[in-house]
Design a protein around this ligand. Structure first.
Ligand code: ITT
Length: 190
């Protein structure tokens, strides 16, 4: 069967499509004919994920899930957090990544974590699923896979960045995969 994923981010669509492979066909906003950049005016990941999923429920009458995620850096008071997509003021991954590296220059505490909150609207009820992965901010970007801050995030227990991993390897451990596995388990129980 089909599941609607309220995202404009093609990397998220690919990662989640891979996680749901063989179980659900994933339709993103483009696939359902939605060209709106849904406003993310909340103050938490959960609020923003819910704004995205409920937009689709209200305007398309389809059950839907959405992912709001970001990078929390301890030395930067958990920034960029919910502002990860536009930390520099513009939605450009390379610019935002460079701003993080600039702010982290000379900082010895490199601790960070990625967080995802998924909101699933099913039968008019909202269900939230969270995933977190801890790691370190690299001194320099390395790797060309993935997206966003992947080239500067080294998960704990690894010596490579997310951008040096294949999508399958990232999907074994990532914040998004942890949240999505909770959603998949929930759907199985239904
Ligand atoms: P949608 O809202 O349309 O889903 P988006 O890119 O705007 O797409 P978010 O609002 O959740 O998504 O912003 C998350 C930002 O955090 C994203 O643009 C990346 O810069 C970063 N990010 C999230 N997950 C990431 C991951 O797995 N790897 C690297 N960076 C990530």
């Amino acid at each position: 069967s089909e599941l609607v994923f309220a995202t404009n981010n093609k990397h998220k669509t690919e990662e989640v499509g891979n996680l749901l492979r063989g179980q659900y066909k994933v339709l993103n906003l483009t696939d359902i004919g939605c060209t709106v950049d849904i406003p993310e005016t909340g103050s938490t990941f959960a609020e923003n994920a819910t704004l995205k999923s409920s937009y689709v429920v209200q305007n398309y009458q389809l059950d839907c899930f959405a992912d709001d995620s970001g990078l929390e850096i301890e030395a930067l008071n958990q920034e960029p957090g919910i502002y990860s997509a536009r930390y520099s003021g513009i939605k450009d991954d390379a610019t935002n990544l460079n701003l993080v590296l600039q702010k982290m220059e000379g900082e010895s505490n490199r601790k960070a974590r990625f967080r995802t909150v998924v909101s699933l609207f099913k039968d008019h009820k909202n269900y939230l699923f969270e995933g977190v992965i801890n790691g370190q901010i690299a001194e320099k970007p390395i790797g060309d896979q993935g997206f966003g801050y992947d080239p500067i995030f080294i998960p704990d227990g690894y010596e490579v960045s997310f951008a040096q991993m294949s999508m399958e390897q990232k999907n074994e451990i990532s914040h998004r995969a942890i949240a999505m596995r909770k959603l998949i388990a929930f759907l199985k129980e239904q």
